[in-house]
Design a protein. Structure first.
Length: 168
């Protein structure tokens, strides 16, 4: 029975924590210096980059009309989708240009709100009425417009945007 020995007590670490604290502090300080330098350079770079000038309602509508024309939707048999987009471009232009919530109104409500308004001239109101009426007929009554009517509708939207780009 003499071969059984008692377990040894745990060894204690008697070390100098001061050296460990100094080393950890140096690492944290170096990381903070690096981070501050990185953020300063990034902020300076962003400050130097000028923000692009916001596009005017005219530019936005013009680009959207050209993009729509480039899609060639009527040629693909997507006339109804074409008229939805065309109508939306015209309504958003009017909203952005004249601060009228055109996309949120029905055509009748929109035309009624413009009836006594001096925002658009009589010619533009009539152009808009004919344009939106044809758009609604194509969109909701599933009328199949002729190629000539499609071209005239696009021309009407372009004419509306071009003729109202400057203040009346």
């Amino acid at each position: 029975m003499g071969d059984i020995r008692d377990i040894k007590p745990p060894l204690s670490f008697v070390g100098d924590y001061l050296l460990l604290i100094i080393f950890a502090s140096i690492i944290v300080l170096a990381a903070l210096v690096f981070l501050s330098i990185f953020l300063k350079k990034r902020l300076k770079r962003k400050a130097k980059e000028p923000l692009p000038a916001p596009k005017s309602p005219y530019q936005i509508a013009r680009e959207a009309l050209l993009a729509l024309q480039g899609q060639g939707l009527p040629g693909l048999g997507k006339t109804q989708e074409y008229y939805f987009c065309l109508s939306d471009i015209a309504r958003r232009y009017i909203e952005n240009r004249f601060n009228i919530k055109a996309p949120e109104m029905t055509t009748e409500e929109f035309l009624f709100s413009l009836r006594d308004s001096a925002i658009l001239s009589g010619l533009h109101k009539e152009l808009l009425k004919e344009f939106l009426t044809l758009c609604d007929i194509v969109k909701f009554a599933k009328y199949g417009p002729t190629p000539k009517e499609i071209d005239e509708s696009f021309s009407a939207a372009v004419r509306l945007v071009e003729e109202t780009k400057s203040a009346l």
